[in-house]
Design a binder for this molecule. Sequence first.
Ligand SMILES: [Mg+2]
Length: 394
Amino acid sequence: MKITDIRTVRLRAPMGAQGRVESRTGVRTHRYALLVEVHTDAGVTGVGSCSGNGLVLEAIVAHVLKPLLVGMDPLAIKEVWDTAYFRAGVRAFGSRGVGVVALSGVDIALWDIAGKVKRAPVHELLGGKVRDRVEVYATALYPEATKAAVEKAEVLARQGFHGIKIKVGFDLAQDIEIVTAVRSALGPDFPLMTDANMGYGLDAALAAAAAFEKLGIGWLEEPLFMEDVAGHARLKAATAVPVALGENLHTRFAFESFMARDAVDVLQPDVARAGGISEVRTIAAAAAGRGLPVSLHTYGDGVALAASLHLAAALDNSAVMEFDYNENPLRSDLLQEPLEPDNGSMRPPDGPGLGVTLDPEALRRFHFDGGGDLALWRPTLRDAGQSPVRVGES
Ligand SMILES: [Mg+2]
């Protein structure tokens, strides 16, 4: 069996009725995805997804990965991954970053092919499910009036979510006010997490962690810049609030640099960014050896969500998984059988491979010729009080 072609599909969809989502990384009005189709001479096609600027990722797929991988056996997933990364890719696209993101999409498609050929769902190929239902928490509370945030949190708690995550990293006093209000509304035992999206400097992160510790917060996510290993290590040593990170890290090597310095409590690889199903499994195994949980980051389309669910069902150290609660047509409309939570948990599809079928009408509707958004990111709290600004898309 041979890979005959690798094609890509760029997608964009509006946020829906709510119109926009704001975090410390910027204001977003659209969702984007790059789907990757791996075609074979056996007539089996696999689909994957990668998360980033579609134009940039597409160029890497078309000009680096496709020429390298056409002709290889799609079932030799490790051989393909190692060829694309160690033997050639790193010289073309570097050891971390967009090349790994593009490879993530190819890797997910290869697992889809393997499952279709072997007539088994991906979770079975990963060793079998260790849990039938994947518990999810809701990423849901963005900067908004405290009263509105509390009302929304109460609705989410009633829907059965196994936790709620609140976006912070804007203004420290406001962050603490909103987290305090939600905590007092939901009681001391409901799992509440916070996500600063790299919005704090170390001093602000230490102050936030001290406040969140008293509020029994489940974790403080991405308090500092994604590459700041030393800063996260100092923060972790100073607080009992678990430090979570990883949605912007690529490959086992990035995660190892944090684990080796005791700079992280909860690892959050994204299957559509960190290197695909293969590499997230490797990252999770390394974390398991240190007794650390993995909480998969997912913010993408239905294909990425399906891949995440297969992993979360099969990894024994998978903790509660992220569910992005906001409207996302690339999740709700892209698949013929959409994946949605039921009373706070989700099941991975049971069909062969990823077990998903793309809706052709949705593919036409969301087809997009551009790349992605260019939200302006502000790295520290020096400019607290200003909102991130959306500066358009490429
Ligand atoms: Mg996050």
